[in-house]
Design a protein around this ligand. Structure first.
Ligand SMILES: [Zn+2]
Length: 143
């Protein structure tokens, strides 16, 4: 973890983002209480909850040229789908949060989402909640 990561993750921004994601997942009122957002620094570009476990508009995903073969539009993909196709995600970070009754849960992106993210975007980092109080997040640096 380099200094930039420490600056980011020790800041109140992460708490704020997780709080916002908690609220977003709550408002979505679905049984998969996950939400994700994409931000550049402190600027939030898009925020979305999990739509469904299996997405009814899976064709949308296939057509989006993300190489998203297995539908099931998770919050991460909902965020990506709501951006313009040519939107550059360079220097942008993805935050993923899972809401539990008593706080956060593990929100590591599933293998399908991870494949899409790694193969089709230029996101800088992925940060997800863990549900662990001592280390409330994990981070993967991509670029
Ligand atoms: Zn997923």
């Amino acid at each position: 973890m380099d200094q930039r990561d420490i600056d980011l993750l020790s800041s109140s921004k992460l708490k704020y983002f997780f709080k916002l994601l908690e609220r977003t997942s709550y408002q979505a009122q679905q049984p998969w209480p996950m939400a994700a957002l994409i931000a550049k620094g402190t600027k939030i570009i898009v925020c979305a909850p999990n739509k469904r476990k299996t997405h009814p508009e899976s064709q949308v995903c296939k057509d989006f040229s993300f190489g998203f073969h297995k539908p099931g539009t998770h919050a991460e993909i909902c965020c990506l789908l709501s951006l313009e196709r040519d939107f550059s995600l360079r220097n942008h970070d993805l935050y993923v949060y899972r809401r539990r009754n008593n706080g956060a849960g593990l929100a590591k992106p599933c293998i399908n989402c991870m494949n899409v993210i790694l193969s089709s975007t230029q996101l800088r980092r992925i940060i997800w909640s863990t549900g662990n109080e001592e280390t409330p997040y994990e981070m993967m640096r991509i670029y």
